[in-house]
Design a protein around this ligand. Structure first.
Ligand SMILES: *[C@@H]1O[C@H](CO)[C@@H](O)[C@H](O)[C@H]1NC(C)=O
Ligand SMILES: *[C@@H]1O[C@H](CO)[C@@H](O)[C@H](O)[C@H]1NC(C)=O
Ligand SMILES: *[C@@H]1O[C@H](CO)[C@@H](O)[C@H](O)[C@H]1NC(C)=O
Length: 445
C-alpha cells in the first residue's frame, strides 16, 4: 500500500514533468523571451508567427527547423507554415485594396473582445474559426485596455498616477501575440484599434485624467502635448512589435473619436478641424515608423453638412468624413452604421441605403477605399442586412465588417449587446452568401 502510493506519486510527478515539456495544441512553442516548452503535442507542429511568438497548430505538416528565437539556445522543433496563413502586406489601388497584384476584398466581423477577458488560445481559435467559416478575410479588434489597477485579467497599459507602463507580459502584448497567431491560423488579417473614445477598456479619458487631472476635458486627448506624447509612446511600442507581421491588415487611431466622451467634460473648443489635425499628426507618426501597414481613423464617418436634418450629417461631433479622407497618411476611410442609436428607428433600411450610398460617393471622389467597419440593427436583421448588402455590392463600396461576431466558448456565449450574431443563425448564412458575392464582384479569391 505504502509502496503503491509512492509509485503513484512518482508517476504523477513524471506526468507533470512531461506536461511541462510539450506545449498543447494552440499553445505557444517559441518566441523571444519564451522559456516554456518548444515541442508541440502529438498531432500538431510549431509554426513561426513572429519573432515573439510561435504556436502549436494542429495538422501542420512538420519539418525540423532550427529556431534561434526559442528558449535561448538553438532549439530543434517541428515548424511548418499552414496553407491559409496570410503572407504579404495589403496595399491600396484606387478604391480597392490589393495583395500581390490582385484585388483583396475586406469582409468580415468585429471581435473586440478576443484579446481581452482572458480568453485562452483555444477559445481564440474557436472565435476566429467561426468567423472564417463565413468566408471572412478581415477581423477588427481592440489593441488597448487602459487600467489604473491590475484587473487580474488581460490588460495592455497600467497607470500609476501619471506614469503609464505597457504590459508586455503573458497577459499583455504576449496575449495579443496569441490573438494574431490565432487569426492567422484561420487565414484572417486584423484591423487593430489603439484606443477608444468611450470609457470601455479605458480609452482616451484614462490618458486625460491620469496626465492632466481627473475630470479634464475629453478633447484634450487631441490637443495636449503631454497626452499626445504618451499616446504616441503606446502606439510606437505596439506597432513596432508587429512591423513585419502580415497578419495585421491596418492600424486604427481610435474607436469612434468624438469631441465628447463618456463623461460630459469638454473644453468647448473642440471642432471638426481639431480631430482632423490630430488624425493627420498621428497617422503620419505611424507611417514614419511602419511603412508596411495601412492606417485609418476608426471613426463613425459623420458628414459635415450644417443644416442637414439628420444628426449624423450635421458635423457637430468633431468628425468631417470628407476632410479626413483627404489626409494623405490615411489609406482608407471608415464609417459605422447604427440607425437605432441615431434616431432612425423604423427607418433602418432606407437610412442605411442612403448612408452607404453617400459614403460610396465620397469614396469615388477621393479615389480611396472606404469600408463600413461596424454596423448593426436590433431587429429584422436578415431583411435590413440584405438591403444594405445589396447596396454595398451595387455602389462598389470597398468592403464591410459586421458588428459583431459571437461565439460559444468555454465559459459560454461571448458578450451580446443586442447586435451579436452566432454561428448557425440566419444572419450567419446571409453573411456567408454576402462574403462570396462581394469577392465575386471583385474577382478576388
Ligand atoms: C463618445 O462620445 C459620446 C458623446 O458624443 C459619448 O456619449 C460616448 O459615451 C463616448 N463614447 C462612446 C463609446 O460613444
Ligand atoms: C497640457 O496640460 C498640462 C497640464 O494641465 C499643461 O501644463 C500644458 O500646458 C498642456 N499643454 C498644452 C499644449 O495644452
Ligand atoms: C429615412 O431615411 C432616408 C435616408 O436618410 C431619408 O431620406 C428619409 O427622410 C427617412 N425617413 C424618415 C421617415 O425619417
Amino acid at each position: 500500500m505504502q509502496r503503491l502510493s509512492r509509485l503513484l506519486a512518482l508517476i504523477s510527478a513524471l506526468t507533470v514533468t512531461y506536461a511541462q515539456t510539450t506545449s498543447p495544441v494552440f499553445g505557444q512553442c517559441g518566441g523571444e523571451g519564451w522559456t516554456g516548452p518548444t515541442i508541440c503535442a502529438a498531432g500538431s507542429g510549431c509554426v513561426f508567427s513572429n519573432p515573439f511568438y510561435s504556436q502549436c497548430l494542429p495538422g501542420a505538416a512538420t519539418s525540423t527547423v532550427s529556431s534561434a528565437t526559442g528558449s535561448g539556445s538553438s532549439t530543434s522543433s517541428t515548424v511548418s507554415t499552414p496553407t491559409a496563413a496570410p503572407s504579404g502586406f495589403v496595399k491600396t489601388s484606387g478604391t480597392h485594396f490589393t495583395l500581390n497584384g490582385k484585388i483583396f476584398t475586406p469582409v468580415g466581423a468585429n471581435s473586440y473582445w478576443v484579446g481581452l477577458n482572458n480568453y485562452d488560445a483555444a477559445d481564440m481559435n474557436t472565435a476566429f474559426s467561426n468567423i472564417a467559416a463565413t468566408g471572412a478575410t478581415v477581423v477588427r479588434t481592440w489593441g488597448f485596455d487602459e487600467v489604473t489597477s491590475n484587473p487580474g485579467v488581460a490588460y495592455y497599459q497600467i497607470w500609476d498616477g501619471p506614469v503609464p507602463t505597457i504590459n508586455t507580459g503573458s497577459n499583455g502584448l504576449e496575449n495579443f501575440d496569441n490573438v494574431v497567431a490565432a487569426a492567422k491560423a484561420h487565414g484572417l488579417r486584423l484591423i487593430v484599434t489603439l484606443t477608444n473614445n468611450w470609457s470601455d477598456y479605458g480609452g482616451m479619458d484614462v490618458y486625460v485624467n491620469q496626465l492632466l487631472g481627473n475630470g479634464s476635458p475629453h478633447d484634450w486627448f487631441y490637443t495636449n502635448s503631454t497626452v499626445i506624447a504618451a499616446y504616441k509612446n503606446y502606439v510606437k511600442t505596439f506597432v513596432t512589435r508587429y512591423l513585419n507581421e502580415p497578419g495585421i491588415f491596418a492600424w486604427e487611431l481610435a474607436n469612434e473619436p468624438r469631441c465628447t466622451g463618456s463623461t460630459s467634460a469638454t473644453s468647448g473648443q473642440c471642432t471638426n478641424p481639431t480631430i482632423t489635425a490630430w488624425a493627420e499628426e498621428l497617422s503620419a507618426f505611424i507611417k514614419s515608423i511602419d511603412s508596411n501597414h495601412l492606417v485609418a481613423i476608426g471613426d463613425e464617418g459623420f458628414f459635415n453638412e450644417p443644416g442637414n436634418p439628420i444628426f449624423v450629417y450635421q458635423g457637430t461631433e468633431g468628425i468631417d468624413f470628407n476632410a479626413n479622407l483627404a489626409i494623405s497618411t490615411l489609406d482608407f476611410g471608415t464609417f459605422h452604421m447604427y440607425p437605432d442609436s441615431w434616431g432612425e428607428t423604423g427607418n433602418e433600411t432606407d437610412f442605411g441605403v442612403g448612408w452607404i450610398t453617400d459614403h460610396a460617393t465620397s469614396m469615388k471622389a477621393a479615389n480611396k477605399p472606404v469600408i463600413v467597419e461596424e454596423f448593426g440593427v436590433l431587429s429584422d436583421m436578415v431583411d435590413v442586412y440584405t438591403a444594405w448588402y445589396d447596396t454595398i455590392l451595387s455602389t462598389g463600396l470597398t468592403g464591410d465588417l459586421i458588428w459583431q461576431a459571437g461565439s460559444d466558448l468555454t465559459n459560454g456565449e461571448t458578450a451580446n449587446d443586442g447586435y451579436a450574431i452566432y454561428p448557425g443563425t440566419a444572419v450567419y448564412t446571409l453573411d456567408t452568401q454576402h462574403a462570396a458575392a462581394l469577392k465575386a464582384r471583385d474577382g478576388s479569391a
